[in-house]
Design a protein around this ligand. Structure first.
Ligand code: SIN
Ligand code: FE2
Length: 207
């Protein structure tokens, strides 16, 4: 583990290749039960370039009509989100330094052209729990800013198997993904990565 800045912890290769493959199998089931959605921006209604789904008790959703929010069911199937894979709950238990389990795991699927603009994760009621993010698939150029949008930012790569936590003084830091680095896509065979791509899992405490 390296604490690259106060509250920003990077666990390079936390999930080894066998664990990454096992996690991908779990995610294939999650996505089969809770199909990927295209969220849209609250005011403009413009689509995100990532597609998303969730597992765990609560799922993060966004659309023009109702904005950012957490809900207990998939909006199209009407079913509760699938349970969070044990491997993710274990990682939270080991790394989050927080006495309660995560309530939401947002699954972001990045196609080769997808990106995510700088934002804060602030739709949660309690900022004392960290956010824990897991990367799978292609490397990406990750951007980490400060707690104000105007603060300077730094970039580093996130690779398959890496875990990043933002907690304490870093919980509300801006962050985003400039782009994927598809030439470095790993050899993780999955129908989910038939055309390349990356998956990011963000575990959060919500209430
Ligand atoms: C996010 O902040 O929702 C995603 C971050 C990432 O893809 O690494
Ligand atoms: Fe985020």
């Amino acid at each position: 583990m390296s604490e690259i800045e106060p509250g920003v912890r990077l666990y390079r290769g936390y999930f080894d290749e066998a664990a990454q493959r096992a996690l991908l199998r779990e995610l294939e089931s999650v996505i089969a039960a809770a199909p990927l959605l295209t969220p849209t921006m609250p005011r403009s209604g413009l689509p995100f370039s990532v597609r998303t789904t969730n597992c765990g008790p609560l799922g993060w959703l966004s659309d023009q009509a109702r904005g950012y929010r957490y809900e207990a069911r998939h909006p199209e199937t009407g079913e509760p989100w699938p349970p969070m894979p044990r491997m993710l709950l274990d990682a939270w238990e080991k790394l989050a330094d927080y006495p309660h389990p995560p309530e939401a795991c947002l699954v972001n699927f990045y196609g080769p052209e997808a990106r995510m603009g700088p934002h804060q994760d602030r739709d949660e009621a309690d900022f004392s729990a960290p956010i824990l993010s897991v990367s799978l698939g292609a490397d990406c150029r990750f951007r980490l800013g400060g707690v104000k949008r105007s603060d300077s930012s730094r970039v580093f790569a996130l690779s398959s198997g890496d875990v990043l936590t933002l907690g304490g003084p870093a919980r509300l830091r801006f962050h985003g993904v400039d782009r994927l680095l598809p030439e470095l896509a790993p050899k993780l065979s999955s129908p989910l990565f038939a055309a390349g791509g990356r998956i990011n899992l963000t575990l959060r405490r919500v209430t």
